[in-house]
Write a protein that binds this ligand. Structure first.
Ligand code: GRG
Length: 304
């Protein structure tokens, strides 16, 4: 079903509202740059504030709303996930990793500051993420559950593990299943954590959590397939980061493994499957999550 203009407008307003409240929450959790060590705090704020689509916080808020979670708790969960994401971007841009000088339309952290500071920014943001969760105003069982999920998603069985596979794969042609394994860890794990932490802030049954994980797996992979397509088709100005990098670095991607047309077909298949799993959750909880349906489409139809 094609969404009505009013529905689309409504989604845009909701999205801006969540992006705005996420920016405020991140700003509150981050140390002020007047506090020593000023250079580190200033760099932490530089990389965390004023940019990014905030896809992960949007997913946390949308999933949490489906289970009637308190929006203030969702701010903590969403900020923790976004701090891990921001840290990963800073480290990913370092010369020893992807070596990039542009991120979110501005110079990367090691260019604007220096490499050692960029290392510390990543380390400190990672600690801050867990500090935010450990201090969130929720019962201790849910708090521990959130810490466990985020730790797993960001560690060697999640994002950092996916990055290790990516580094090992340099100069090699991956098979489709190896590529999928890498992305399920590198990108998918944190997207899944964003959704689950949202659900943990509310009252989600075991059945709906199970189905939410199915949705998370679809949307996590979908995000990366679209990322590969955008890297091949968009410009650096549009993306706010260097375009065409995958081809320049001879990386295995969905585009070079499947070709552009089949990569787009794969994205459409994942989009359909994601919508189907959402409809199952909707039946379980008795309400349809328009926001998660709309976010799925936003992830596919985005231009950056
Ligand atoms: C060095 C211990 C250590 C760990 C490094 C660098 C790293 C861990 C992991 C890399 C993970 C990574 C950068 C994945 C890429 C995911 C991705 C597609 C990022 C872009 O996300 P968007 O489009 O970015 O949501 P914005 O800027 O909109 O937030």
């Amino acid at each position: 079903m094609t969404p009505s203009k009013e529905n689309q407008q409504n989604f845009k307003v909701w999205m801006q509202m969540i992006q705005h409240r996420t920016e405020s929450a991140l700003g509150r959790f981050l140390p002020q740059e007047t506090l020593p060590p000023q250079r580190l705090h200033s760099a932490m704020r530089y990389v965390s504030l004023g940019g990014g689509k905030r896809v992960r916080p949007l997913l946390t808020h949308a999933a949490g709303a489906m289970f009637n979670a308190d929006p203030e708790l969702l701010d903590s969960a969403a900020s923790a996930v976004e701090f891990i994401h921001a840290y990963s971007l800073v480290h990913d841009d370092l010369p020893c990793m992807d070596n990039d000088d542009l991120r979110r339309g501005k110079p990367t952290c090691h260019i604007a500051f220096d490499e050692a500071t960029a290392m510390l920014v990543g380390d400190a943001l990672q600690s801050l993420a867990f500090d935010v969760l450990a201090n969130s105003n929720i019962d201790s069982a849910s708090r521990i559950r959130m810490v466990q999920e985020l730790a797993k998603a960001s560690g060697s069985f999640g994002m950092a593990g996916g990055q290790a596979v990516d580094l090992d794969a340099t100069g090699q042609n991956l098979t489709l299943s190896q590529l999928e394994f890498m992305h399920r860890h590198k990108t998918g794990a944190l997207i899944r954590a964003a959704l689950l932490l949202g659900a943990f802030c509310g009252k989600a049954s075991a059945e709906s959590l199970h189905e939410l994980k199915v949705f998370a797996d679809k949307v996590g992979l979908l995000f990366q397939v679209v990322d590969d397509i955008l890297d091949a088709e968009s410009s650096t100005t549009e993306l706010g980061k260097t375009a065409g990098k995958d081809a320049a670095q001879h990386k295995s991607t969905y585009v070079n493994l499947l070709g552009l047309t089949n990569a787009k077909e794969k994205a459409e298949t994942l989009r359909r499957e994601a919508h189907t799993s959402l409809s199952s959750i909707g039946t379980m909880v008795g309400t349809v999550s328009d926001r998660l349906h709309q976010l799925t489409d936003f992830i596919v139809d985005r231009t950056y």
